[in-house]
Design a protein around this ligand. Structure first.
Ligand code: AOF
Ligand code: ZN
Length: 342
């Protein structure tokens, strides 16, 4: 590990402290380091609309700590150059560079936001600050895969998720008019599902699932906010007293969009950077056919045989799960292959 990588790792650790609260902004961390290697300031973007990581970091520095010293500012994302909810960070760094001895800025990756896109680095260089970009670039982009997806593809990062029985059903036959789907998950995997909900800005289901299961789609077993609930309901079938319209979270209904391409484009325009699709089978199959998705999380209860009901999407699972949690097998697929996700 190089010295630059060491401090960038610290930025990444700090950035993660903003998880669940900064969306649709990226998670960003920053540290100011003296020539002798001492970190004299740290900060991270803590919540959407709040100060950026660099602002928090420079605020953290005591003037006496950098008197007469050369310092380097590490930040996991290129400092911004635009007036958003806060003033440009690149300008702030330049204006305080003399006082804080900032000779060099190391950025993990460039900001794909078209309002920034390299301009932050240009401002710093024009002011005579040396800039190194692309340290631990992959990790920095990975951390903000959802933010990058929206900025670069103009659509949210799509995660598909379902649980199935050993014989391949996501729900049993509801011959007795049961109101709730059969339980496949356990207490531990339920918690992981809620973590996934907290990591996504929106959670989406089709009207069939809303009518059949009447879910609330809240994040009760993990910290963070309730995601925005999105209902695909072309025929306007779901009554407004259903749980998906409860007061605890925002709900968006897509009535007009005819297919998944149109639905994701609309969510992108709304500024939603990530969506977790929780069913049902018809919708999941349609999305799989379009190929417009990024991640798949499948949970299998190896002891449960339902003998009929709603078939799970036909995806062939690898011999090895990524984890066994409470006896259930977890599979995760991304970038065209199964394996452990970060
Ligand atoms: C940084 N440092 O910590 C973050 C940055 O609406 P605003 O003012 O919060 O600006 C949001 C945009 O700023 C966001 O889309 C991304 O381009 C950048 N985020 N930039 O220099 C930070 N969170
Ligand atoms: Zn900024």
């Amino acid at each position: 590990m190089t010295t630059d990588e060491k401090y960038m790792r610290r930025c990444l650790d700090l950035a993660r402290l903003g998880a669940y609260y900064v969306a649709p902004n990226p998670m960003v961390g920053a540290v100011l380091v003296r020539a002798d290697g001492l970190i004299i300031g740290e900060g991270f973007h803590q919540h959407y609309g709040g100060p950026h990581a660099e602002v928090e970091c420079l605020r953290d520095v005591e003037a006496s700590a950098c008197a007469g010293q050369n310092t380097t500012l590490y930040v996991s994302l290129e400092p911004c150059s635009h007036w958003g909810k806060t003033p440009p960070c690149a300008d702030l760094i330049v204006s305080r560079s003399r006082e804080l001895g900032i000779r060099r800025v190391v950025a993990g990756c460039t900001d794909p936001n078209p309002q920034v896109a390299g301009r932050g680095i240009e401002i710093l260089r024009a002011a005579g600050i040396e800039v190194t970009a692309g340290v631990l670039e992959q990790e920095c982009r990975e951390l903000n895969k959802r933010f990058f997806c929206l900025q670069e593809k103009k659509r949210p990062y799509v995660t598909l998720k379902w649980a199935q029985s050993a014989d391949g059903y996501i729900d049993g036959p509801r011959t007795n008019g049961e109101k709730k789907p059969v339980v496949i998950s356990n207490d531990l995997t339920k918690q992981l599902v809620h973590k996934l909900r907290a990591e996504n800005m929106a959670i989406l289901i089709g009207s069939g699932t809303a009518l059949m299961d009447n879910p609330r789609l809240m994040t009760t077993h993990w910290s963070g906010r309730n995601p925005i609930r999105v209902l695909l309901d072309r025929r306007g079938r779901v009554p407004h007293d259903y749980n998906i319209f409860s007061k605890e979270a925002q709900t968006i209904v897509l009535y007009e969009e005819q297919n998944w391409q149109e639905a994701v484009a609309r969510l992108g325009e709304t500024g939603i950077h990530s969506v977790l699709v929780e069913g049902g089978a018809t919708l999941l199959n349609h999305i799989l056919q379009t190929g417009i998705w990024d991640e798949m999380h499948v949970e299998v209860n190896p002891h449960q045989k339902l003998g009929g009901g709603t078939s799970a999407p036909a995806v062939s699972l690898p011999p090895e799960p990524v984890a066994v949690v409470g006896g259930n097998l977890l599979y995760e697929r991304r970038n065209g292959r199964f394996g452990g996700l970060v």
